[in-house]
Design a protein around this ligand. Structure first.
Ligand code: DQA
Length: 149
């Protein structure tokens, strides 16, 4: 039995990682990221479930179904800046979550500086490339082990 269940959510256009704006997002594909995260999660006896969607309602529904998850790691992509629905879904299930961005959203266009999720998140990792996903996993598991959100 895994000690913890972690839901990893990726929003729109992140299925194109590897080829999408590679100067900003790098050349690693989403499948490669998921593979490495799965390997690491096995080492730390944690179950990671991944879901990517380009559709807001699919992400909302996945959050609704996440009742038995201990932690959520989410890169909401463009929905970061637009989605009160994702915010409300995360508030509704009341599961702690980390917001991850590959790029530094504060050093880009002004509209990316506002997130509808940051103030209700446990924390944000932004601007460290795909390493942000790995750190989010380590942090989530450490926090769960220490019983802190
Ligand atoms: C992103 C940043 C968002 O502003 C953008 O819409 C994305 C990716 C990131 O990971 O840096 O799609 O969330």
């Amino acid at each position: 039995m895994s000690q913890f269940n972690i839901l990893l959510l990726n929003g729109p256009n992140l299925n194109l990682l590897g080829t999408r704006e590679s100067l900003i997002y790098g050349t690693t594909t989403l499948n490669e990221i998921i593979y490495k995260l799965s390997q690491r999660s096995k080492q730390i006896n944690t179950n990671i479930i991944h879901f990517q969607s380009n559709a807001e309602h699919m992400l909302v529904e996945k959050i609704h179904e996440s009742k038995n998850m201990d932690y959520i790691i989410i890169n909401p992509a463009a929905f970061t800046h637009t989605s009160i629905a994702l915010r409300d879904a995360l508030l509704a299930v009341n599961i702690p979550f980390i917001e991850v961005h590959i790029s530094n959203i504060y050093s880009r266009e002004n509209f990316r500086s506002h997130s509808w999720l940051s103030d209700i998140s446990s924390g944000i990792i932004s601007g460290f490339g795909i390493d942000g996903y790995y750190w989010a996993l380590e942090t989530a598991v450490n926090r769960l082990k220490n019983n802190s959100k």
